[in-house]
Design a binder for this molecule. Structure first.
Ligand SMILES: [Zn+2]
Length: 408
């Protein structure tokens, strides 16, 4: 099947990731453009005046809109049960993240809801959320476990994540985040808990059934130390899971350097990143993923994005969609927040949510770019240029979502 998209006011031809330096800040833009899709892939792009001839089964009129790659949300906890709006209010009234965690709230509250729910119930609760993410332009989404915190309940969450991937026209990337927090039955014994969660038979099942690709850990005071995190990630890596790290979110711990040393695909958060960490990242293939939704949601200082960009790092952005610290489903809203709080331009935000997010998920050869041979995951926006997108904060600017060459 051959499809022509014509009458594009602005085509942002984001190159394959990781994108850094001048290309990060100024991705190629083609005005009055057209694009040809053959099957599931991009076959041609350029000025409409130069469009190739021949027969097209479909012609899509972009009506003067902007065309960009489908968005990639490379860090979420979007599959869970229950809701924590009560905690949202307590935080507004001054309770800190750690205070809520230590009082049995936070992750443990969602853990209780997940443990009490079946796979089907978790799917039914989460499906509308993922459907809305697709509608706001997210064509690929990484989803972490981490609310079951026992072998059977973590597998249950991973099964729910897989089922959602079967029901929606999105690419779902599953991550095993058993090391999210220590559950009550292992109180004070995080090492024993992690040993149980890296049991050979359990990891063999997760890998064997394709239930996870990545392993992630929350390295933080009140969660796991750098040494505990390293042992967990090494055990998961030996079985074939690629490491990721929740690093330097609430304090500086050296978790970024630990992740880089392990060859992590990404280190995520980085609000408290140091110059030493930035230097370590600069010589690595690890992608720094920033999650400004947390800073927005919690009213805390954001990561030093401009410093990372100036160091030539291929910065990615994600929602961190989760019920405690960032109940945000919309990557376009994250782009608006990154513009105002991280001082990133709309074009930089777009690259960070596409090519570099694909690199954080090790999919840059196939996803996240508008290049010949890349998968035709595309968005047609109502707005005439990319700057107008995050500028219109909270407005739905996504008109059509195209995945694998088909309008969803
Ligand atoms: Zn997270």
């Amino acid at each position: 099947m051959r499809t022509l998209i014509r009458n594009i006011s602005q085509l942002v031809a984001v190159p394959p990731g990781p994108v850094r330096g001048p290309a990060f800040s100024n991705p190629p833009v083609i005005d009055r453009a057209a694009l040809v899709i053959e099957g599931e892939k991009i076959a041609w792009l350029g000025r409409e005046a130069d469009s190739p001839g021949g027969q097209f089964e479909h012609v899509l009129d972009a009506e003067g809109g902007t065309v960009v790659p489908g968005l990639i949300d490379c860090h979420t906890h979007a599959v869970f049960a229950g809701s924590r709006e009560d905690e949202f209010v307590r935080k507004i009234q001054g309770a800190s993240y750690l205070e809520i965690l230590q009082a049995g709230g936070g992750i443990r509250s969602t853990m209780r809801s997940v443990r009490a729910a079946s796979v089907d119930e978790i799917v039914e609760e989460s499906l509308p959320r993922l459907t809305r993410m697709l509608g706001s332009g997210t064509t690929t989404v990484e989803i972490k476990s981490g609310y079951g915190l026992s072998p059977e309940d973590e597998v249950k969450l991973l099964l729910a994540i897989r089922e959602i991937g079967r029901r929606l026209p999105m690419e779902i990337v599953p991550t095993y985040l058993a090391a999210h927090t220590t559950p009550p039955e292992y109180e004070g014994r995080p090492g024993d808990y992690l040993a149980a969660m890296t049991d050979d038979a359990l990891l063999a099942r997760i890998i064997g059934e394709g239930l996870a690709e990545f392993a992630d850990v929350f390295t933080e005071r009140g969660a796991f130390s750098v040494d505990e995190s390293r042992r967990y990630l090494e055990a998961c890596r030996r079985r074939g899971l690629v490491p990721k790290v929740h690093a330097e979110q609430l304090s500086s711990s050296g978790s970024t350097r630990m992740g880089v040393a392990l060859g992590a695909a990404s280190v995520d958060h980085l609000e408290f990143i140091t110059d030493e960490d930035i230097a370590a990242l600069a010589g690595s293939g690890t992608i720094p993923v920033l999650l400004p939704g947390c800073s927005f949601f919690l009213g805390t200082p954001p990561a030093p994005a401009r410093k990372l960009i100036a160091a030539g790092l291929p910065v990615a952005l994600a929602t961190d969609c989760n019920p405690g610290s960032s109940m945000i489903e919309s990557l376009p809203l994250i782009m608006s927040i990154a513009c105002t709080m991280l001082k990133m331009t709309p074009a930089e935000c777009l690259v960070a949510c596409t090519a570099n997010a694909a690199a954080a998920l090790r999919r840059e050869d196939r996803l996240g770019a508008i290049a010949v041979g890349h998968q035709a995951d595309l968005l047609i926006l109502y707005v005439p240029n990319v700057n107008a997108w995050p500028y219109r904060v909270g407005v739905k600017s996504v008109w059509k979502v195209i995945r694998k060459g088909r309008v969803t």
